[in-house]
Structure formats: structure tokens, C-alpha cells
Design a protein around this ligand. Sequence first.
Ligand code: FCB
Length: 456
Amino acid sequence: MPILDPTELAARLPSTIRMGTATSSYQIEGAVDEDGRGPANWDVFCATPGTIADGSSGAVACDHYHRMPDDVALMADLGMEVYRFSIAWPRIMPEGAGRVERRGLDFYDRLVDALLAAGIEPVPTLYHWDLPQALEDAGGWPERDTAGRFADYAQVVVERLGDRVTRWATLNEPWCSSHLGYHAGAHAPGETDAAKAMAAAYNLLRAHHLGGQAVRAASSSAQLGVVLNVTTIHGDDEDAVRALDAIRNRWWLDGCLRGSVPADALEAWSAVLGDAEPDVRSGDLAGETPDWLGVNYYYPEVVTTEPEGVAFPDACVDPARSVPPTGETTAMGWRIDASAFADLLRRVHEGWGPIPIAITENGAAFDDDQPVEGRLPDPRRTTYLSDHLAAVADAAADGVPITDYMAWSLMDNFEWALGYSKRFGIVHVDYDTQVRTPKDSARWYADVVAAVKARR
Ligand code: FCB
């Protein structure tokens, strides 16, 4: 579709929708050795040769740790209303458990105050993949104990910030932490073990529940959420669609919202254990029902059982194989399909709602040019945002209670295993000078946000 006029698009969105951007700690902060921060699993993973496409790491990233006030001012200039960021567990508990590092808490305290002073609601995520290395060394997410340590950490953070922060997300995309980290080997800690990936996936569900209880105990006004990268799955083979759906979507939605895991996923998990049984104990998932759900959407999956399909990074999804995209993709090689986004939102609402849904990430990487005299035209990113915001409007018009839209990302940053080679920002970052330049997509997005506000 052609890029929509901001006023026209705003008129289609719910007037109550709150708009902003999202980032995460390891991707933007840098300053990995400062103020007592302990080592993270990602520091160690990046130091392992061959793991990161450009050999880089988050050691400096966008230097946000030192530039935070300017970055908040930038958001304010763009008229943003909400900001989703994550808190680095290794800054708060450098050894993963026990000792609390006050200077780490102080940083997020200042960030929250700066955001509130700028009229921007802080929406922190407690875990966006940077695990204290001490806990990784102790077995990481496949270990049951890690979930309890997460709850201890959550309590410390919420006790400090809960007087000013209302909306909390426990985990970001726990599918990535488990399947990409312990099965595909593509993310920290880089393991390739299906049984570990499934145990990690289960313990992340436990972490959501235990952490959720800790959040509520520390702040009676907390609105609890979790951020999932569920997606639409197409394909000509029902068994293949069901197999991927069990691991990608239903595991997380059932696990977080219903306190159970799907029987077919449990069977698939049992199958990789041979004689052993999954370590599933009664009461494990009987924690808290979230008040809101965060949905991150980038692209839909297409599955086949044909041998020319490519193996998925997920454990336990046989017989599903991935159909490589044809047609236009983003620089990540991801399909572009906004109508699948509207379908996803309708499905989540009908199947697991009613629950307020925040779009906590959506956006696209493209091979941008360099800024020239303070401008950087990025029409493909603007088109992506325009199409996907129109899809959000369609879903909302069909009754899906969508509360927020947060573009990924505020600025170019460390894109995990792809390093700095992929740029998702609506603001360009020059990594040599750390100069930030709003791309044309940011200007357009700011106009949409202003037009939404003008409707209230
Ligand atoms: C999501 C992650 C986020 C970012 C985007 C592109 O899976 O949550 O950190 O890397 O993808």
C-alpha cells in the first residue's frame, strides 16, 4: 500500500492508543564494565569467535548508558508517549543472585524520572535476554532454579521503581531465549540440545509466573504483562502447522494466560527425552494471570513437510519445515505481510482474550543510505510501518482491545547475532560518532503520533 497520510491513518486508529518505541538493554546501553555490572551471557557469547556476523558485541552499542538524557530528549522531540526498555539483570545483581548493585538500580531510577519528566510512560521489561553469566554457568534456563532467581531479581527492581512504574513486562520473547539459545545455537549461550531448549522454555514459563507473583507482592498497583513473539502460520499440511503452532504460539499463550502447556507440545518434549519424563510439577504455572499482553510481530511463517523446506530453529516441531520466502523481504530476509498481523491479533483475542494487547515491537530492517545534511529517506521502512499500523487499525476496528503501538526500534542498535549489520531504527546511529539522526520514517511516525493525540 502507499504510505498513508498521518492524519488519515490516525483517524483509523483507536484515539486511546498510546504510541512510542522500544529498545533493550544489551542492544543499546554499552558500558558493560561500568558501575559494577557483572558479565552477561551475551558478553561471553559475543567473545566466542564465529557467533556474531560482524564480530561485534554490545560493549559500546549506542552508548545509551552515557547518553540517556539526550535519548529521552530525542523521544520527547518526536512526541512519543510510551517507551519500552529493558532492565539489565547483570547491572542489578552482578552475580545473578544475592548482592544488589545500587548503582545499577540508580541508572534505571534516573531513566524513569527522566521519562516521567518528559511526559513519557516507562514500560520496563525485566528480562530481554541478558542473563548474568553466573547463572548461565550454573546451568541457565534449563535449570529450574533460574526461575526462582528471576523472581528475587524482579522483586528488587519493582521495590525500587514500583512507586513510579505501573506497567511491567516479565519476559521478552521467551521463545528466543529457549529455542534460539539452547537449540539453534544462534543466541547466547549457543547450545544445540532439544531437551535443554524445552526445559528452558518450561522454566521461562515458571519464571513468568514466579516473577509475576514477585512483581505484585512488591507493588500493589503493578499491571503485569509478558511480551510474546507469537505469529501467524500458514501451510498446506495441517500436522505441520499444528506442530509449529504448539511450540511457537500455544506453548506461550497457554502457559502465560491459562497456566498450562499444550498436550501436543508436552508429547513432543517427551519424545526427545527418551526414557525420561519432562520435569513438570503441579503448581508450576499457577502464578499470576497477566493484566495485559505484549505482542511482538515481524513476519508470518509458512510451513511444509516437503524435503526442500528448511529446518526451523525451534526444537520439537517435526514434521514442520520452513518454506523460504519469495517476493519482497526486509534486510533480515523476513516476509512482509501486514494482513497476517491483523489475523494474528484477531486470533489471539478470540482464543485467549479478552485481555488488553500492547504491540510491544513491530518494525523492519532495511539497508539504509547514510544521512545527508540531517536527512535520511527510508521509504520502505515508512511503508512497512504504515501498512502494519493500518493492520492494527483493522484489528482494533474488529474489536481487538489494542492499547499501545511501540515501534522497534527507537534507534539502530546491536541486532544480536547479526551485530550492527542490520538497522531497525527510526533514528539512524553513526557508530563512530554516536550522532543520532531521525530518519524520514521517524518524522512520519511523529506526525502520526501527533495526529492521534490531536483526536483526544
Ligand atoms: C526481536 C527482539 C528485539 C529485536 C527485534 C528485531 O525478536 O525482541 O530485541 O532484535 O527482534
